[in-house]
Every structure is written in structure tokens, then in C-alpha cells.
Design a protein around this ligand. Structure first.
Ligand SMILES: Nc1ncnc2c1ncn2[C@@H]1O[C@H](COP(=O)(O)OP(=O)(O)OP(=O)(O)O)[C@@H](O)[C@H]1O
Length: 250
């Protein structure tokens, strides 16, 4: 693999005496869709928090496009091209769909609200925000308050917000949690489309989504990556079957 766009080397994270991440190794290639799976409590969300700068590792290295990012705060990491969504819906309920997306687009350009009065800046930002609203298929809900959207629409908006800062590496934490089968299928299609020219790292419990969407999968068990491989390799991996997938993948 050429230089991975995202790389973890021997990453550890302890909360007091609780060693949650214990030497995680991960290499995500540019342009791939990569899932992190593992049992409840394995440390998947903690891993995301470490990568995105919500937590600082106790030790180890995290690199984005070859550059150390461990120890940087979330905003700095975002500016370097990594953006994440959260397990819990995280939209501004009292702002419209369009306004939610526009905040991220403005951040991308470093535009403050007072500068928005300048017509040219406003036009460019509005055009990009509108294009993204359309890409996440919420054009019909453009002026609806985010708090009034259906749950699955809120999750789609959240993906839009994650993309709005223009980041190259997108982290999505359980994007289909709580969705019906139909909503899940729609969300998968959306993710496939929106991440065509991006790198996606996703934590997901729905194995149909993982095996259908992702190029490679890493299995996290007790804070360590037990295996990384293609869906076929992971399905066939005896250790993974024993530790996690069980009968389901046989
Ligand atoms: N800030 C924290 N302080 C102390 N313990 C924490 C903290 N954050 C997470 N943990 C612990 O770390 C362990 C792993 O949690 P984490 O949420 O990362 O797992 P997960 O794999 O995402 O689980 P799930 O699939 O259930 O979401 C849990 O035992 C949790 O209680």
C-alpha cells in the first residue's frame, strides 16, 4: 500500500486503570471504504474519538496523510481534512436543513457570519450549500427545521454536515443505527454515492451494510485490531468467527 491516508501505530488509551485501546494498528488506504466492527464495548467509539481529536492517546501515533495528528484538537484535525459524525444525532434542531449544511461550508472557507453580507462570498457559499442539500437528497426539505425531520432524514443531514467542511477522510459512527430496512438501504446508497471521491471509515453493527458497502474491514476486539481484510477474508477468518461473527458469517 502507498502511504495510508490514515494510520494508527500502537495506539493505547486508558481511562484510569481501564485500558480500553491496547495497541491498535490500522492503515486505511486513500479512497477506500473501511469498516471497524467488533463486539459491544470493544472500543470502537473510543477509537473514533482518538482519531478525530476528542481524546488524546495515552501512547502511540496517529497519522493523517503521513502527518502526526495525535495531540491535535478536533478543529485542527478537521482543518487538515478529517471530519466525523456521531453515534447520536448531532444536528442543530432549530436551524433549517440548508442552514445546518451552510455552517460547515462557511467553516471550509473560513467565512464568518459578518462577512456573509458580502454578496460574492454569500453567493458562493449558498450555491455550495444548496448543491450539498441536493446531494443528500433533502432538496424537498431545504427550509424545514432539522428538528422537524424524520429520524432517517436527520441522519442524512448529519452525513451532509460531515461532508460540508470538504474533508477528504470521513468517519461515520453507526450511520444506520435505529433505521428500518428500507431506510438502511437508502442510507447505504447515499453513503456509496457521497463517498465516491473520499475515504470512508465507518463503525457499523449491521453486517449487511458492512459487507455490502466496504472494501476492507478491521475487527476490533478488547481494544486491539484482531484482523484486517476484504469482506471475503474477514468472513473466512477463523479467529474473527470465534471472537465475534460466530455462526452468522459461516
Ligand atoms: N470517557 C471514558 N471514561 C471511562 N471509560 C470509558 C470512556 N469512554 C469509553 N469508556 C469505556 O470504554 C469501553 C469501550 O467503549 P466504546 O464506546 O468505545 O465501545 P464500542 O465498541 O463503541 O461499543 P458499542 O458498540 O456498544 O458502541 C467501555 O467499557 C466504556 O465504558
Amino acid at each position: 500500500m502507498s502511504t495510508p491516508v490514515l494510520e494508527l501505530r500502537d495506539v493505547h488509551k486508558a481511562f484510569g486503570a481501564a485500558r480500553i485501546i491496547q495497541g491498535a494498528e490500522l492503515a486505511v488506504a486513500r479512497g477506500e471504504r473501511h469498516a471497524v466492527i467488533g463486539p459491544n464495548g470493544a472500543g470502537k467509539s473510543t477509537l473514533f474519538n482518538l482519531i478525530s481529536g476528542m481524546f488524546t492517546p495515552s501512547s502511540g501515533e496517529i497519522r493523517l496523510a503521513g502527518r502526526r495528528i495525535d495531540g491535535l484538537d478536533a478543529n485542527a484535525i478537521n482543518r487538515l481534512g478529517l471530519s466525523r459524525s456521531f453515534q447520536i444525532t448531532n444536528v442543530f434542531a432549530r436551524m433549517s436543513v440548508f442552514e445546518n449544511i451552510r455552517i460547515g461550508v462557511m467553516a471550509r472557507h473560513g467565512i464568518r457570519f459578518d462577512l456573509l453580507r458580502r454578496a460574492a462570498a454569500m453567493r458562493a457559499v449558498n450555491e455550495q450549500a444548496q448543491a450539498l442539500v441536493e446531494r443528500v437528497r433533502l432538496a424537498g426539505r431545504r427550509d424545514t427545521l432539522a428538528g422537524d425531520l424524520a429520524y432517517s432524514e436527520q441522519r442524512a443531514l448529519e452525513i451532509g454536515m460531515t461532508l460540508s467542511t470538504g474533508a477528504e477522510v470521513i468517519l461515520l459512527d453507526e450511520p444506520t443505527a435505529g433505521m428500518s430496512r428500507e431506510e438502511t438501504a437508502h442510507a447505504v446508497e447515499l453513503m456509496r454515492d457521497l463517498t465516491k471521491d473520499k475515504t470512508l471509515l465507518v463503525v457499523e453493527h449491521d453486517m449487511d451494510v458492512v459487507f455490502g458497502l466496504c472494501d476492507r474491514i478491521s475487527v476490533l476486539v478488547y481494544g486491539k485490531i484482531l484482523a484486517t481484510g476484504t469482506p471475503a477474508e474477514i468472513r473466512a477468518d477463523r479467529r474473527v468467527q470465534e471472537a465475534y461473527l460466530g455462526e452468522e458469517a459461516a
